[in-house]
Design a protein around this ligand. Structure first.
Ligand code: HXC
Ligand code: NAP
Length: 285
């Protein structure tokens, strides 16, 4: 079944069976980046459990799994609800005995000037991104401690440390998740739990394009501000996630990998200067 031609692009860089016998839990695993990560893990042999609010978002991966012989299960779960998160995790442990890899990918976001953001809107994004990541990490972390180890990968964004106009809720929440990544990496290293993050630049997903670049002009303007002049593909970002979860990364913890086409680099003040040819000294004589 898992011949290399059937592998998703993101999974082609790792040996077949890299995640055989691993139990992976991916929040928001039915859409966008989460879907691509889940595909890669499943294609490389993992049992993948995806969880999000809307079960309709789970059917694409479920159908692909049937066609490819992948082991995929799904749960309806709002990560803002600690009780619901706990019973979701309990159900996975009851069925599979442990969780080897947790990918905290679920998020909510939209652009809104800070002065117009309602308390409920702030809570909604903080609830999904910051509280949700904590509730899931704590519930899964306890089971990893019992099992003797595991790894956690959080999805943040570079505005966690730069800030970004228009997304105070998401930037504040992602900053918290980055701090949580480093804190848990330090605190849980004694239990052999690795905790890392990735910080992607913009990539197309239904949620992001609807909420963050709703028209072509905004999208094109964003691309022009990225040194590599394009968005990432979900495959490119998922490939780096798989790499950080795989045994090849067993000595990496507390790290945040930036995948942003150079967008964090300083503005190139002297770019025009680098295009001017140096005058030859004899021209002055
Ligand atoms: C202002 C808004 C708003 C908007 C919602 N609200 N959208 N306020 N501008 N565009 C307000 C509502 O009016 C309400 O406040 C409060 O937020 C909660 O809204 P609900 O619709 O009830 O929330 P909920 O159903 O919980 O949905 C959560 C959501 C939604 C975050 C609002 O957008 C969502 O589910 N998103 C998931 C997909 C997504 O966002 N993906 C993008 C990820 S990209 P009031 O006061 O009216 O009650 C990403 C990083 C990108 O995260 C980085 C790029 C570099
Ligand atoms: P997406 O497809 O909209 O993914 C968001 C996922 O989160 C959906 O599957 C959604 O499923 C789930 N979700 C939202 N609220 C939830 C809740 N309360 N409980 C459980 N699940 C919930 O967006 P994406 O662009 O792929 O984003 C994936 C990750 O990448 C996010 O962490 C995002 O912040 C990050 N990121 C994205 C970009 C970008 O440009 N796209 C850039 C940097 C970082 P349901 O609706 O079914 O709940």
């Amino acid at each position: 079944m898992n011949d290399s031609t059937a592998l998703p692009e993101s999974a082609r860089w790792l040996p077949a069976g890299t995640f055989s016998d691993k139990i992976c839990f991916v929040t928001g695993g039915g859409t966008g980046l989460g879907l691509q990560i889940s595909r890669g893990l499943a294609a490389l042999g993992a049992t993948v459990v995806i969880a999000s609010r809307n079960p309709d978002n789970h059917s694409e991966l479920q159908e692909e799994a049937k066609r490819n012989g992948w082991k995929v299960e799904s749960q309806t779960c709002d990560v803002r609800e600690p009780e619901v998160v706990r019973s979701c995790v309990d159900a996975i442990i009851e069925r599979h005995g442990r969780i080897d890899h947790l990918i905290n990918n679920a998020a909510g976001n939209f652009v809104c000037p800070t002065e117009r953001l309602s308390a409920n809107a702030w809570r909604s994004v903080l609830g999904i991104v910051l509280d949700g990541t904590f509730y899931v990490s704590q519930a899964v972390g306890k089971t990893m401690i019992k099992a003797g180890g595991g790894s956690i990968l959080n999805v943040v964004a570079t505005y966690a440390w730069t800030g970004m106009a228009g997304v105070v809720h998401s930037a504040s929440a992602k900053a918290g998740v980055l701090a949580m990544t480093r804190t848990l990496a330090s605190e849980w290293s004694r239990y052999h739990i690795r905790v890392n993050a990735i910080a992607p630049g913009p990539f197309e997903s239904k949620g992001a394009s609807a909420n963050l670049w709703p028209d072509d002009e905004i999208r094109e303007n964003m691309k022009q501000n990225i040194p590599l002049k394009r968005f990432a593909t979900t495959d490119e970002v998922a490939a780096q996630c798989l790499h950080l979860l795989a045994p090849v990364s067993d000595y990496i913890t507390g790290e945040c990998l930036v995948i942003d086409g150079g967008a964090l680099l300083p503005q190139p003040f002297w770019e025009a200067g680098t295009r001017i040819k140096r005058r030859k000294p004899e021209a002055d004589a």
